[in-house]
Design a protein around this ligand. Structure first.
Ligand SMILES: *Cc1c(COP(=O)(O)O)cnc(C)c1O
Length: 355
């Protein structure tokens, strides 16, 4: 039976990425060696590393004055690396969920943190609006897509301070105006590659303004200077990332991908709104097109486990909601085909008929 992978992360990758990666595990770039055993300094892998960074720039239309680096430690290490490199006195953060609040916790180790707004009291069911960001902030940090709660800021804010965004779970889902940002970072395992690599897009002139000494590995300048090869990078995830990036380009780029994503999300949200058994969990205007959270309506609450089993029997994988929301979460990352979204909708309709 075909499996439809709605996992939140690590998550679905394109067939192209999987096939090219599988082939490179037996014979990488005609070397007669596996990608798993080659030197990261060999010319074949250096070419992969360079091409992947160049394609990130091309797809996101990254302007001059920015560098792209692959890093270890996950998006979670960026929660401390950003303030380490940028926070002198005070930074402002928007608290929209678990990942945002984890970032806030780390920033507090480095200086004053102004949480300009939070939706924690409402279990993060909406994106706060109408807040002001103090102009004396070293930067403003926000999470563009809240993977756990299913809310998303699908726009690039206009502010008079440096802008930093954790785009781990919606990077490459839409065109982004990179020129508005000083740092964008994203873990690979949601929309790019297997787990094990993170990348950051860094505006060069944002760096070098803090007084504190920065450990070599945590200083963005180290990685920029060495063209993302200061130490051994995660070779295989970067190879897989390159395959996904090539596939994105082949599809026609981020405008085309965004349109697909909007279509897919509309198919599922329309069914959630129509079906008597289900309801969405977040404010309609803040709904994520990447992570769709929904629960059973109160009068059907006791059918939750049954629906989970019914969907699993039809090949749906990874739709159990995060423990902090409950119910269900279907992640519709770029590699998720429309046919799988339709398959989930068919299962929801069929289950409704039976009840
Ligand atoms: C998954 C996720 C993270 C955590 O990523 P790690 O690579 O596990 O550290 C951080 N932020 C967002 C928005 C995420 O979706």
């Amino acid at each position: 039976m075909k499996k439809h992978n709605f996992s939140a992360g690590p998550s679905i990758l394109s067939e192209y990425t999987i096939q090219q990666s599988a082939a490179a595990i037996t014979n990488f770039a005609g070397t007669g060696l596996s990608i798993l055993e080659v030197s990261h300094r060999g010319k074949e892998f250096v070419a992969v590393n360079d091409e992947a960074r160049a394609l990130i720039k091309e797809l996101l239309d990254v302007p001059a004055g920015y560098d792209v680096v692959f890093l270890g430690g996950g998006a979670s290490l960026q929660f401390c690396m950003v303030p380490f490199n940028l926070l002198n006195k005070k930074a402002s953060y928007l608290d929209t969920g678990t990942w945002a609040s984890n970032a806030i916790k780390e920033a507090k180790l480095f200086g004053e943190v102004d949480v300009v707004a939070s939706s924690e009291d409402a279990n993060y069911t909406f994106i706060p609006k109408g807040y002001t960001v103090p102009e004396d902030s070293d930067y403003f940090h926000f999470t563009s897509n809240n993977t756990i709660y299913g809310t998303e800021m699908r726009y690039d804010p206009d502010l008079n301070v440096r802008l930093v965004s954790d785009m781990s779970s919606d990077i490459f889902s839409r065109p982004v105006d990179v020129s508005k940002y000083d740092i964008i970072y994203a873990g690979a395992q949601k929309n790019l590659a297997p787990a094990g690599v993170t990348f950051a897009i860094v505006r060069e002139d944002a760096l070098g303004h803090v007084e504190r000494p920065i450990p070599t590995m945590l200083d963005y300048r180290t990685h920029i200077k060495k063209e993302s090869m200061f130490n051994t990078p995660p070779v295989f995830p970067i190879f897989a990332a390159l395959q996904t990036l090539k596939w994105y380009k082949e599809l026609g780029g981020l405008k085309v991908i965004e349109k697909n994503n909007l279509d897919k999300a509309a198919i599922l949200y329309n069914e959630i709104d129509r079906n008597k058994l289900f309801r969405g969990t977040v404010a309609v205007e803040d709904r994520s097109i990447m992570n769709v959270c929904f629960v059973m309506n109160d009068e059907y609450k006791d059918l939750e486990a049954d629906f989970g089993a019914f969907a699993a029997a039809a090949g749906m994988v990874g739709i159990k909601g995060h423990r902090s929301v409950g119910g269900f979460r279907a992640s519709l990352y770029n590699a998720m085909p429309k046919s799988s979204v339709q398959a989930l909708v068919d299962v929801m309709k069929e289950f409704e008929k039976q009840h």
